[in-house]
Design a protein. Structure first.
Lengths: 269, 306
């Protein structure tokens, strides 16, 4: 009984962890399924068909390509714009700073369905046809605030003495920025870019409002597929994304650990 | 992962006062992002407001007639869906808090060297498209599956039915499934800010509380909970706001009785093509969320969060 009380939080924590991971387990398992009909809802038999022919489902690979392209472009644009804004907000005092912070916060607090529909009314009013351009505009809009917030936190935590030290050592302002400040902020920028990529790649609601009838991103393909029967291939994509993300993070940790050990050795010497 | 945590609690990261006046430099740096936000966020919001006050139809065009009656009409027709969205979002927020708190505590203080692995596993599902994961819930909750079997064997289906959360002894296509889906979808948004706060908490405080004869519950309620409030506030906001506008879960896991307001807005805009009423509904949703969030943040006493 005492043991149970002491470890209750561990048991509950592990159960919640199982809740979080169960759908991914199902997605992975059903990527090896060979369904009888068009719907991949019931386990029938093991098969590698979907893994061997990932593009066999018409339109899937095209939509995946479009989503990757949109995610890369919008992540790049919003990272550049967001980083610039984060430096302005994190380092300078100016009139309207509080209002700007609020303006940056608002898109994050707006439900996607409101943001998507309001953009649609603008595009309709201005006669801009829906398509890749409108998707990009929308994705840059809802990712830029997240980049600003992520990078700003990093900029605000910088020690101002570091740049002064650089100046004392005769660095020009631009040298001090590129050799001292920027490398210190870089992890925040990388994190912001990654977040922007993930948000863009995963978005369905805003995109659905602004994509028009013929431009289909991967989430839209999945939605459409869900109405007509689910190809096993979407499970393959889901599985690859999940384990790909785990592999990248694991690899990054490994390199990080190596670097730390290396620098500790140098210190020891 | 760090990105999400930071975005989640970014506002309360160490605050250092900006030091310098840079003349035109900050304006130049801000210009692109600001321009983007004004043109594609502020202007569309105004455009949405104007759209809601127009009358007409898709074939003959719309005219701005300052038709405020549309708001009354929208509320009269769709208040059940509105109320339902708020109730579902609030229940889901409570659910994520109840499940997320123990998990965040477990990761922060009891997971030892597994800490980083667990944190990554909390975020990794994000990389699988959320529609695919919601479809997986259809498989998990299916009628002849093991989960439904377990619920039936233990009599939980009867309990859920008595509570009005399900209509019969299946789980899929019910309020229960929709709320479970919402909880699942937004759980990481609750766990990450809670984790960041709880991880910094000095565990010696627990011993101190024990020395002062506090029991387990008192220690939690009088020491841990107040200190974790900033994390609770950002977690609940990050869950409630998107959950109130979500319609994927109610569409894929619910039935015709679980329609949420996002579903109505989507249908009115993209299929019925009644733009004024759709715009009015969007506007009411945004206003309702802003009012609720502002009141909540004020009550929680963490205004510096925003």
């Amino acid at each position: 009984m005492a043991w149970l009380r002491r470890n209750l939080v561990v048991i509950v924590g592990l159960l919640v962890m199982a809740y979080i991971l169960m759908p991914n387990l199902v997605v992975t398992m059903f990527s090896f399924n060979k369904p009888n009909g068009r719907y991949n809802y019931e386990w029938t038999q093991f098969s590698l068909d979907a893994w061997l022919n990932p593009c066999a489902s018409a339109g899937l690979c095209e939509s995946l390509g479009l989503s990757l392209w949109v995610a890369v472009v919008s992540a790049l644009v919003s990272t550049v714009m967001g980083t610039m804004a984060a430096f302005a907000l994190g380092r300078y005092r100016f009139r309207g700073r509080a209002a700007t912070n609020l303006l940056v916060f608002f898109p994050m607090a707006t439900p996607e369905v409101v943001m998507g529909s309001s953009l649609l009314t603008l595009f309709i009013a201005m006669g801009i046809p829906s398509g890749q351009v409108t998707i990009l505009i929308a994705h840059i809009l809802f990712t830029v605030s997240f980049v600003v917030t992520t990078v700003k936190a990093r900029v605000a935590s910088l020690d101002p003495a570091l740049e002064q030290a650089a100046a004392d050592l005769y660095a020009t302002p631009s040298q001090a920025f590129w050799k001292v400040t920027f490398p210190l902020v870089a992890p925040g920028i990388a994190a912001g870019a990654l977040l922007a990529f993930a948000l863009s790649f995963d978005d369905y609601i805003v995109t659905n409002f602004n994509a028009g009838a013929t431009t289909v991103t991967f989430p839209m393909f999945v939605w459409g597929a869900a109405q007509r029967g689910t190809p096993v291939q979407i499970n393959v994509v889901g599985t690859v994304m999940f384990f790909g993300a785990l592999a990248i993070v694991g690899f990054g940790q490994l390199i990080g650990a190596r670097l730390r050990i290396g620098s500790r050795r140098k210190e020891a010497l | 992962m760090a990105a999400l945590t930071q975005a989640a609690v970014g506002a309360e990261a160490p605050v250092s006062r900006p030091r310098r006046r840079g003349g035109l430099v900050p304006l130049v740096l801000l210009a692109p992002a600001l321009l983007w936000l004004v043109v594609f966020f502020v202007v569309p919001t105004i455009s949405l407001a104007s759209q809601s006050l127009q009358t007409g139809d898709i074939d003959n065009g719309f005219m701005l007639t300052w038709n405020f009656a549309v708001y009354a009409e929208a509320m009269a027709r769709y208040w059940p869906q509105f109320l339902r969205s708020m109730v579902y979002a609030a229940s889901a927020t409570l659910g994520t808090l109840l499940l997320g708190y123990p998990l965040a505590w477990f990761i922060a203080h009891r997971s030892g060297r597994w800490k980083n692995v667990l944190l990554v596993l909390v975020v990794a599902p994000f990389f699988t498209n959320f529609l695919i994961r919601t479809l997986a819930w259809q498989i998990i909750l299916t009628d002849n599956g093991p989960v439904t079997g377990f619920f039936r064997a233990t009599g939980l289906t009867t309990v859920l039915q008595a509570m009005g959360l399900t209509d019969n002894d299946s789980l899929l296509g019910s309020q229960f499934a929709v709320i479970c889906g919402l909880v699942y979808n937004f759980l990481p948004f609750m766990v990450l800010p809670l984790y960041t706060i709880l991880e910094r908490l000095d565990v010696r405080l627990l011993d101190a509380a024990g020395d002062l004869y506090a029991n387990g519950w008192q220690t939690f309620w009088r020491v841990i909970w107040p200190l974790s409030l900033p994390g609770v506030v950002s977690g609940t906001l990050l869950t409630f706001i998107p959950a109130a506008g979500d319609y994927i879960n109610s569409r894929l896991l619910g039935n015709t009785q679980t329609v949420m307001i996002g579903q109505v807005i989507d249908a009115q805009f993209l299929r019925v093509l009644d733009y004024p009423i759709a715009a009015a509904l969007s506007f009411i949703l945004m206003a309702a969320i802003i009012v609720l969030v502002a009141g909540y943040v004020r009550a929680a006493g963490t205004e510096e969060l925003v």
